[in-house]
Design a protein around this ligand. Sequence first.
Ligand code: SF4
Ligand code: SF4
Length: 324
Amino acid sequence: MSDIEVTGRILHLQRLSTEDGPGIRTTVFFKGCPLRCVWCHNPESLSTQPQTQWFAVRCLGCQTCIESCPDHCLTMTDSGLIIDRERCQGCGKCAEACPAGALETLGKVIAVDELLYELLKDRAYYEKSGGGVTLSGGEPTLQAEFAEGLLYSLKKEGIHTALDTCGLTSQHTLEGLLPYTDLVLFDLKLLDPVLHQQHTGASNQRILDNLLFIRQTMEKQGYPQDLWVRTPLIPEVTTTQENLTAIGEYLALNLNSHVSRWELCAFNNLCRDQYTRLGMVWDFANTPLLTQDTLYQCEQIAKNSGVNPEIVIASGATRALDPL
Ligand code: SF4
Ligand code: SF4
């Protein structure tokens, strides 16, 4: 392979990232995800299509955007600008016309070679810190050809690569991506298939099959070199003793020598405004952060589940006390 002119749709690059693999990295956020986790922290990454967001605090009320929309999707009301999201195609004309930067179009189409050029600007800190580039999202495997072209091109440049995946993809896609992937960051949210279906919209069968497939390629092909498993700690959904113990037992039984890190990532609510800007309702909008105690308890459950306790790492913002 690879066709460096193949294009994909991304949200943005996050430079100087320290949470998506070793060292200092640049993370590429792909647009589009096959799961619909009820707690999703990146609502802008769910749809593969471009989306328009409106920032109320920046808006001047000039209504220039309304005139500029070819599809008549915009209406100014007493409670602010309403976007008809059934009709809006995300063409970006309103954002271009807005004098205040109050409208933004999310989802930029970019070719592998153009993106590679941007990513190579950060080579100095990759090399100094032992970092590299992480493909995240959204779900990179949903744009398999683009992801493969990017991973291939990065490896050709000697850059460390990480693939952050929800695991819901085909083995054929993994076969294409894994040869150019140094580290897989694999999300394992819920082990119970019924709860997984209920909270993410999909069964976890294929996800678990793919995790075992990655183990197999590590053994047979020698790649990826490393595998980290990540579990989001969502209050009363994934934080239960049953779930964390079940995941730990599964890892201990099936992947004990393959997973070098099991990260427990605390729920955060930083995305609350993002839901509002996209006109979406979030069931977790009023859910508080975990307490330090709860985070500690989750960590202890994981450490006592049968995996090597040294691979368990719990992180993320917490609140000090329960609300009164
Ligand atoms: S992105 Fe295009 S279609 Fe959507 S509201 Fe703006 S101008 Fe209209
Ligand atoms: S053009 Fe921009 S500032 Fe003017 S009404 Fe539309 S969003 Fe607000």
